[in-house]
Design a protein around this ligand. Structure first.
Ligand code: NDP
Ligand code: PYC
Length: 350
């Protein structure tokens, strides 16, 4: 690390941060597969300016280990059938990240061969952003959709109690010689992590994010956490979140968000459920039709940017360039927390 003295802010290189985060997870009992995979997504979040799924998530992951709700030494298992478009990975009760890394090559190979393929991850603890997984597909020339439930924290539109999860939904399209087109968002107005970050910073929420336990609109993060979050786009987000429960919960034989909350009994631990990853070969779908799909996509992207709009993930890519050249800036509280977690391991969390 550069400049580790306790000033207001400290700049840390990505390599130093990775070393520290991996050491924290190893001390907490994670095996090599789990510790390296989980650290990769957390560092990617911090590097790309996605604070809601960066280092702040370490504590929740450790709490989940301590509560015995995730297996720190799990080894994921791959199940494949000859000729099938469905690749299954059982995370064995470990984190989703190691399971994804085990299945990605098989998924991509099948999508290239068959035109489309899916990876189902079952029995995983999942707390991370989805864009690193979408990116793994675009890097292989594939388009992809990734989704998973969470736990019941979002009221369906017209309802007033937590039922749906914040159910993230991500999409990616590969671009030759450039950064891919990627979006990745919660199907609630904001990720729950954002509410927690507002609470920690003592800030009010924007209007329209949440209702309190009595179903009244609130901008108080504490009241929002005790009440329910709202879907984005009213009935449209509510329906998309429901689709995620159906496809990435019920269809893959795994838990829905209300079932996850019943199982965990709390939202202070990372949720345990499944995940669905869909991969498409644009060449295979466009075969025999006029035009190259990648060239046609560029026309569309240029038209969007040509109006002065920005493409999703552009902010993230800019943050990444800065982090890669200058490192990431952490607050004194963040540095202190990393030191505490490294020093005390699971004793640092309740
Ligand atoms: P945001 O609202 O921060 O961003 C959503 C997406 O929209 C990003 O791709 C972002 O790109 C893009 N975007 C934002 N503003 C614009 C704009 N003006 N023009 C074009 N694109 C824009 O996401 P959320 O808070 O909803 O979610 C944050 C993260 O939380 C996600 O990574 C998600 O996977 C994760 N999450 C994970 C859950 C889980 O259970 N594992 C549950 C819920 C969320 P950019 O980043 O460049 O700004
Ligand atoms: O930010 O909503 C969220 C979230 C839930 C589980 C992981 N992230």
């Amino acid at each position: 690390a550069e400049g580790t003295e306790m000033t207001e802010e400290t700049v840390v290189t990505l390599a130093a941060l990775k070393e520290r985060v991996e050491a924290i997870f190893r001390k907490a009992g994670l095996n090599d597969t789990q510790a390296t995979a989980i650290s990769r997504v957390i560092i990617a979040g911090e590097r790309d300016g996605c604070k809601s799924h960066g280092i702040y998530r370490i504590e929740g992951a450790l709490r989940t280990v301590k509560a015995g709700k995730v297996k720190p030494d799990a080894t994921p298992e791959l199940f494949i059938e000859e000729g099938s478009a469905i690749v299954k990975v059982n995370a064995g009760g470990g984190f989703a990240n190691a399971a994804f890394e085990l299945g990605i090559a098989e998924l991509a190979g099948r999508a290239v061969k068959l035109g489309l393929a899916a990876m189902v991850i079952n029995d995983c603890t999942h707390f991370s952003a989805l864009w690193p997984e979408v990116k793994a597909l675009t890097e292989r020339g594939l388009a992809g959709i990734v989704m998973c439930p969470s736990y019941a924290t979002v009221a369906p539109t017209g309802g007033n109690k937590p039922l749906l999860g914040t159910n993230p939904f991500a999409f990616g399209w590969p671009r030759q010689g450039g950064s891919p087109y990627v979006f990745d968002f919660a199907t609630s107005v904001a990720a729950r992590g954002e509410i927690e970050l507002h609470r920690r910073a003592g800030k009010q929420l924007p209007e329209g994010w949440a209702i309190d336990a009595d179903g009244n609109p609130t901008t108080d993060p504490e009241a929002a956490l005790a009440g329910a979050m709202l879907p984005f786009g009213g009935h449209k987000g509510s329906a998309i979140a429901t689709m995620v429960e159906l496809l990435a919960g019920i269809m893959i034989g795994d838990l829905t968000s209300p079932e996850v909350l019943d199982y965990l009994g709390t939202t202070t631990l990372a949720p345990f459920h499944g995940e669905l990853i869909l991969a498409f070969s644009p060449e295979a779908f466009a075969k025999g039709r006029p035009g190259d799909p990648f060239a046609r996509a560029e026309v569309l992207f240029e038209a969007i940017v040509g109006q002065g709009a920005r493409l999703p993930s552009q902010r993230r890519f800019a943050a990444r360039r800065t982090s890669e050249s200058e490192g990431v800036t952490l607050s004194a509280a963040e540095i202190q927390q990393l030191e505490r977690l490294l020093d005390k391991g699971l004793d640092a969390v309740s």
